[in-house]
Design a protein around this ligand. Structure first.
Ligand SMILES: [Zn+2]
Length: 237
């Protein structure tokens, strides 16, 4: 491991001199092998790196089942079974909640396997990724009185976030990773650099089916002072 990511401030918990490794903000496992180079990387402490890996592992195991990506079927065959073999606890919880339902795909109803999906893990991971991206793009660690909120797009939430994304920004990021696997936009407020709004589009429209059967793959996120985030949590979800 190069020195670049050692003894730096952890991008996720912001503890000074705590980093032991370079963490890929977007897990390499989310991408085809040919798209795994040049992914954003930030310093992370061991604890944050492990916590984030658990969330990523959960998602890389669950998401391909519902993905619309053209290679989803081969991914299902080749990778998911292998991942499940390595994680028996997850295997059991997924197997017990597995069911078939009719899903609209390319205009026709098709039978598709769906799995129980813990949306809170999805949102927790995206909140961490936003912290990582703020460090990667703007070299800013969020002050301790700031927090990040991430949520799957809903009809009521969409307008709220889109409104912010339309405003004039101090800095603006727009990136496509892994041949469209992820797209994201980030905007930083002019007067408050810890205030930022993000939009992630995952896998060109992967269907995420959860407890509440969300069918959207758009994630919105906001970093702001804690009191704003608390207010947001009670209104947008
Ligand atoms: Zn940390």
């Amino acid at each position: 491991m190069s020195k670049q990511f050692k003894n730096k401030t952890c991008a996720y918990c912001t503890t000074p001199n705590s980093s032991t490794t370079g963490d890929h903000v977007f897990a390499r496992e989310f991408f085809d092998e040919k798209h795994r180079h040049n992914l954003p990387k930030v310093p992370a402490c061991e604890r944050c790196n492990n916590e984030k890996s658990k969330l990523e592992h959960y998602l890389t195991t669950v998401l391909p089942f519902a993905s619309r990506m053209k290679d989803a079927e081969s991914d299902l065959r080749q990778n998911v079974a292998r991942r499940l073999r390595r994680n028996h606890k997850l295997d059991r919880s997924l197997a017990s909640g597995m069911e078939f339902r009719q899903v609209e795909r390319d205009g026709t109803l098709k039978k598709q396997m769906t799995l129980p999906f813990d949306g809170s893990k999805y949102h927790e991971l995206f909140a961490l990724m936003v912290r990582g991206l703020i460090v990667h793009h703007w070299n800013l660690h969020l002050p301790t009185d700031y927090d990040v909120f991430a949520t799957t797009a809903t009809k009521s939430g969409e307008g709220f976030f889109e409104n912010y994304l339309g405003l004039y920004a101090e800095q603006q990021i727009s990136t496509i990773l892994g041949d469209g696997m992820f797209q994201y936009i980030g905007k930083q407020a002019v007067n408050d650099h810890g205030f930022s709004v993000w939009k992630f589009t995952f896998a060109g429209g992967a269907q995420v089916l959860g407890d509440d059967y969300l069918s959207s793959s758009v994630i919105y996120a906001m970093s702001a002072k804690k009191e704003i985030i608390e207010h947001l949590c009670s209104h947008v979800r």
